[in-house]
Design a protein around this ligand. Structure first.
Ligand SMILES: Nc1ncnc2c1ncn2[C@@H]1O[C@H](COP(=O)(O)OP(=O)(O)OP(=O)(O)O)[C@@H](O)[C@H]1O
Ligand SMILES: [Mg+2]
Length: 220
């Protein structure tokens, strides 16, 4: 499968979610390529610490994205694309090549507005011919207990009929520590709460993509 992580809002958890999912897929024996378009190369730096067999991370300059994708993507079971926190042309190119776009957002008005902008871009990409492309909003950095802000977020999500994951990522130290230690949640504490969130998220992704051939399978 090919999954992009997109949001024009910075710091919402694109790189964190991308790295945590990549680690779990590699841990399960899959070959995983992460194309890192984040200017900070967050996932590329994490991967040096993580040093996981089956996981390859390439830092990619925006103007080389298409060429790198063409040369590499078909050799892996899964390709994850960590996009920059700005709205730019490479994001459209990456989304057009994906099966699924994950849009992380905190339960806040500004994050949800930005998510709507990305959803509009996805609608454009689908209308332009990227058949089968789906998206899901992923709530991140959630407070463990529901608050008024979370209730507002759910209300807004329903009002705009945004498709979202049932799984959300709670604000947890393990998501921060993974960049310090290199150990993703499913490695650091496989039965821990963060690991269960990531596993649940991957199960949902497989259910969403279902039995249809993903773009990596079609290329193989
Ligand atoms: N669920 C979480 N719990 C705790 N900390 C988190 C969580 N998700 C992300 N963070 C922290 O928030 C910060 C920003 O996360 P991240 O780098 O993943 O965001 P991003 O969307 O990739 O940002 P950018 O747009 O700048 O690339 C990091 O310090 C990360 O450790
Ligand atoms: Mg990032």
């Amino acid at each position: 499968m090919i999954v992009s992580f997109a949001s024009s809002k910075g710091g919402v958890g694109k790189s964190t979610t991308c790295a945590a999912i990549a680690a779990k897929l590699a841990q399960d024996g899959m070959s995983v390529l992460v194309l890192d378009l984040d200017q900070n190369q967050t996932v590329a730096r994490w991967a040096l610490k993580a040093a996981m067999p089956g996981l390859e991370v390439r830092a990619v300059a925006p103007d080389t994205f298409t060429a790198v994708f063409r040369d590499t993507a078909s050799r892996f079971d899964h390709v994850l694309i960590d996009l920059a926190g700005t709205r730019e042309a490479t994001a459209l190119k990456a989304m057009a090549r994906s099966d699924l776009v994950i849009i992380p957002a905190q339960a806040s008005e500004p994050d949800l507005r930005e998510a709507l902008v990305i959803i509009d871009d996805i609608t454009d990409v689908v209308e332009a011919g990227a058949a089968g492309l789906q998206y899901r909003l992923l709530l991140t950095k959630l407070f463990p207990l529901p608050t008024r802000v979370t209730m507002f977020a759910h209300h807004e999500i329903a009002r705009h009929a945004m498709a979202r994951f049932d799984t959300g990522l709670v604000e947890r130290a393990q998501y921060r520590e993974m960049f310090l230690t290199g150990k993703a949640p499913t490695i650091a504490e496989p039965e821990g709460k963060a690991a269960r969130e990531i596993t649940g998220l991957i199960e949902e992704i497989h259910a969403i993509l279902g039995r249809a051939l993903t773009k990596t399978e079609r290329a193989a």
